[in-house]
Design a protein around this ligand. Structure first.
Ligand code: ZN
Length: 145
């Protein structure tokens, strides 16, 4: 007969090992952070990202901060349509370019370089910007936005 207490211990160990085996690895975590597909429309010489607010929400970033980054990188002007959650860029941009910029933003301003978690926030300290990880507590200076 199995001692019920021993059985309980075994179950606990078993559960624990199962839990650890399910913990994502460093790279796994980062690569599992997936952005929604960009909904891009081009009208004349303008490019519109229809689901811009949704993208910013997934990254947990202010749409205006993300906008500032994109416009600076593109060297273009544009404006954020708050009512519809869309970004209007006053230049023709390909989806590939936008995707690349989004990925770069995520890599620099969202993913924690120490543990790979996307649970971070940006804090402005004077002229400096710091990426703070809520998962591991690491702080990383990032280029100002
Ligand atoms: Zn971290």
């Amino acid at each position: 007969m199995v001692d019920p207490e021993a059985k309980l211990l075994y179950d606990y160990d078993h559960l624990l090992s199962r839990l650890y085996s399910r913990l994502p690895t460093r790279t796994g975590k980062a690569s599992r952070f997936e952005l929604p597909r960009l909904q891009v429309e081009r009208i004349g010489s303008k490019t519109i990202i229809r689901n811009f607010k949704q993208l910013a929400d997934v990254m947990r970033r202010e749409p205006r901060i993300l906008m500032r980054y994109l416009l600076k990188e593109l060297g273009a002007s544009g404006n954020y349509d708050e009512e519809n959650g869309m970004l209007v860029i006053n230049v023709k941009v390909s989806i590939t370019t936008l995707n690349n910029l989004m990925q770069r933003f995520v890599k620099t301003y969202v993913i924690c370089p120490t543990c790979g978690a996307p649970d971070t926030r940006l804090e402005r300290r004077g002229k400096a910007w710091v990426l703070i990880c809520e998962a591991c507590g690491a702080e990383q200076p990032v280029p100002p936005l």
